[in-house]
Design a binder for this molecule. Structure first.
Ligand code: NDP
Length: 480
């Protein structure tokens, strides 16, 4: 049994309650760790440490902070195998994916913001010969970062890196479902010379720790990634306190497949977009709209490709899908598959739990599931399932598919497959989403703005956007 501790003021300490939650390895369906059941007292301790550290960290030069962040990135990189295995054991994703995507991306996040922060300019405006304005940026102070369980270290570092780079002190809460790699990060930060109290990591339930962070008067900004309902709750508390907020929320992303697409490429990319990380990526394309002229052809090619995606022990290289992150989520996905049948959908592939032989007999696995025959506006096609479940929906005209694609309350990402350049740009401009991919999926350039519209979020991460979010701006106007 591994006991995880909070990381406060540069030290690993027990939660004040001395109470622990059960941490599961989802592939085994078994408890394997103890996670601090922290509360507002631990948050208070972390805030005090952060406030103490603020003056020192805030007055370091940009270059000094960048160097520390680069050392943290290198520290993770040096322990790549160990971090990847920890991520897989905690989250359930295949080990090859943790090695290829999650941990390398955590390293990239830190390196990117270490470098990007060196290039952030202030503004300068000359009004006339005698008047000019310049803009100063200063750290906000103590900020809160709250992240989910689907891409644990990847999204945790995506938030803390820009916050630290701009001179803030951070109170961070990973999901209590996947706390392991965030916990290991404390060791790396100490070895990298991050001053005590600059980053504090508190584990526990959202309703206790997350909500105590949101309410805390001295935490001046909240950067949150998670579900839309939680985002609404955070806004309800933080907005009247005039906290800065960045909210990256749920998605229900459409894939628009036109009959003039590059067929082979489209099938392969659509399968990856649907089932990577068991469909537990906010950017996954779970509503697949196919032009009726190629519907049947696409359906059979897609099914053949999905059949090759073995579900199995995350430690086996041959497993393309691993376990679902928690029992609760596993049951939620299964309940949506049941709802699909009630709504008149036909399950044409998968449709239930998978029993994996050997050490994973009790794990939480679900077969990649394809459903057809549902209307675009039924619950299955409107609500986020966040699992290996997709629907196929035929369309005839461009106008019709744009209407169906935009019909949900979400607006995170959309993907368009067509070889017609004019159509690609025309449809992209009409998508109600913060991100549009054309003939590709999950190609990420960290310089680009990242985020959603409608109920998928408020604000943008990525590039200079996140660096600006973690600062206060002051315009200075000078008359000579
Ligand atoms: P949740 O909203 O349940 O939780 C996210 C984080 O918020 C967790 O750390 C959680 O803690 C915490 N939390 C829960 N309640 C509160 C509260 N009242 N106040 C403050 N914090 C709270 O999301 P999931 O972890 O289930 O993640 C899946 C969701 O995240 C999906 O909807 C997905 O689309 C979205 N997501 C969005 C992304 C984007 O960039 N737009 C990227 C990745 C995921 P605890 O674990 O204890 O509940």
């Amino acid at each position: 049994m591994q006991r995880i501790l909070n990381f406060i003021n540069g030290e690993y300490i027990e939660p004040i309650s001395k109470q622990y939650l059960k941490g599961f390895n989802p592939a085994l369906g078994m408890v394997y760790s103890e996670v601090p059941d922290s509360d507002e007292r631990d948050v208070e301790l972390a805030v005090s440490a952060s406030k103490e550290a603020l003056a020192k960290w805030g007055s370091t030069t940009q270059e000094q902070r960048s160097e520390v962040l680069l050392r943290i990135a290198n520290g993770i990189e040096a322990r790549m195998e160990e971090f990847a295995l920890a991520e897989t054991n905690d989250q359930g994703k295949p080990l090859w994916l943790s090695k290829a995507m999650d941990i390398p991306r955590a390293v990239s996040n830190l390196k990117f913001y270490a470098n990007a922060a060196l290039h952030l300019n202030g503004e300068f405006h000359q009004t006339d010969q005698h008047i000019f304005n310049y803009t100063l940026r200063s750290p906000i102070g103590v900020v809160g970062c709250i992240s989910p369980w689907n891409l644990p270290l990847y999204l945790f570092t995506w938030k803390i890196a820009p916050a630290l780079a701009m001179g803030n002190c951070v109170i961070a809460k990973p999901s209590e479902i996947t706390p392991m790699t965030a916990s290991m990060l404390g060791e790396v930060c100490n070895a990298a010379g991050l001053p005590k109290g600059v980053l504090n990591i508190i584990h526990g339930l959202g309703a206790k720790v997350g909500s105590a962070m949101t309410k805390h008067f001295d935490i001046k900004a909240i950067s949150f990634t998670g579900g839309t309902k939680t985002g609404a709750e955070i806004s309800r508390v933080a907005a009247p306190m005039f906290k800065k907020m960045s909210l990256e929320l749920g998605g229900k992303n459409p894939n628009l497949i036109f009959d003039d697409c590059n067929f082979e490429k489209t099938v392969k990319i659509s399968v990856a977009a649907a089932f990577t990380n068991q469909g537990e990526i906010c950017l996954c394309g779970s509503r697949i709209f196919i032009q009726d002229t190629i519907y049947e052809k696409f359906k059979s090619a897609f099914m053949e490709e999905v059949k090759k995606r073995t579900v199995g022990d995350p430690l086996n290289d041959s497993s393309k899908l691993g376990a679902i992150a928690s029992k609760e989520h596993f049951e939620k996905i299964l309940s949506y598959i049941a709802l699909a049948k009630q709504e008149g959908g036909e399950i044409i592939l998968g449709g239930g739990a998978v029993m994996v032989e050997g050490r994973c007999r009790q794990g939480w696995f679900i077969a990649p599931t394809i459903i057809e025959g549902l209307s675009y506006d039924c619950r299955i096609n409107q609500e986020e399932i966040f699992g290996p479940v997709v629907t196929l929906v035929p369309f005839t005209t461009e106008a019709e598919v744009i209407m169906m694609a935009n019909s949900t309350p979400f607006g995170l990402a959309s993907t368009i497959f067509t070889e017609n350049l004019s159509r690609a740009h025309r449809v992209a401009a009409k998508m109600e989403s913060g991100i549009v991919w054309i003939n590709c999926w999950l190609e990420r350039d960290l310089r680009t703005p990242f985020g959603g519209v409608k109920q998928s979020g408020v604000g943008r991460e990525g590039g200079f956007e996140a660096l600006k979010f973690f600062t206060e701006e002051k315009n200075v106007c000078v008359k000579i």
